[in-house]
Design a protein around this ligand. Sequence first.
Ligand code: LLP
Length: 415
Amino acid sequence: MVGFARISNELVCDGVPLSAIALAEGTPLYVYSAATLRSRYLGIDAAFGAYPHTLHYALKANSTLALARLLRSLGSAADANSIWEIEVARKAGFQPSEIVFTGVGKSTAELECGVALGLKAINVESAGELARIEAIAQRTGRTARVAIRINPDIDAKSHPHISTGLKINKFGVPLDTARELFATVPARRALKLVAIHVHVGSQITTLDPLRHAAALIARLSDEVARVGVMLEYLDLGGGLGISYDGRDVPSAAAYAAALVAEVRRTGLPIVVEPGRTIAGPAGVLVARVIDLKPRTAESDFAVIDAGMTELLRPALYGAFHRIEPVKPRDTPEQTYEVVGPVCESSDVVGRDRRLSRLELDDLVAIFDAGAYGAAMASNYNRRPLPAEVLVDEGRWKVIRRRQTTDDMLALETDD
Ligand code: LLP
């Protein structure tokens, strides 16, 4: 049994009951399905078929070492958003030539490291950043491989907090600036322009914005060829959404077909940077009911031991994550406001959820939490970062132990 499913009504991960893992490791707890992670990665990879392509898994979605290693073992390359993600990528075994360095703000120290490592590309976000990279490369006698990130002024139609492709967003360079930069690069010996990059947002659930961005990048590659620059590939970013609520989202096949259709005539390989679509469905957050109390005539509060500190998405974006009891009771459904333990009214994990009756100490699973879940956890209220478990072929192991108070205090001095 692969992924998250029910065996005699009880929720299991790759065949292992979540209740058994929670009993051993406590809650809140992230549980990942290796089988799901593999099939999500391999599904996108296969969708591009014979068209030359490389998947650079976006580590920002979840860079827990064991997961990064697993993806690497399947042939994934990496997209890192900071020098620290690059360090983690290196520890997971990714070679510098397999890493693209994205990120809207890279410090001088980060750029120096990036240039020295000889990454596959530094995805450049401004004319100033390009000049800084050039100066570092000149000073250190290297040639820096760069991709220029275009801000295409395309509306991804996703949540405003995770839309990146509009002119008003801080990401990338506008088209006219990009064209000016393209004209200068052939003469800039310390720079090698290897790609053009675009990423218009995350959790995109219609293909049009991705298609339009790909078409634009393909057109720009023609312009670049005219000034004598031979690109190595086109980087079309990440962004493919997943279905949090059961509604239809584009399949991997439709996604890949749309991108390939726009780019094929250029003959250039495609790079994509998927994060959520690979890791999201591969993880659940398991939490325990720690209090129940009346709320309105129609609903009760169910307080669980996971909240915005473990899974920030609902509080930050009003994001919906399906919640289900691990062992549902055979009772009529009732309405619960599922809330976390953090001292913030925004700490609501699920509003107005219809669930079978909950009792104290019951376990619930919060679905599709594998991406931007553990990766965005915090210590607010001095809550320790949760443990993470990977289930693989019927066996499970802790891939990140629960943080302790001593772990938190290890960084502090009080004398
Ligand atoms: N490439 C770049 C340049 C990005 O900025 C991102 C995500 C990705 C790739 C991966 O995108 P994905 O395939 O995962 O959609 N914390 C938010 C999502 C922020 C995404 C930031 N950039 C959330 O929880 O929804």
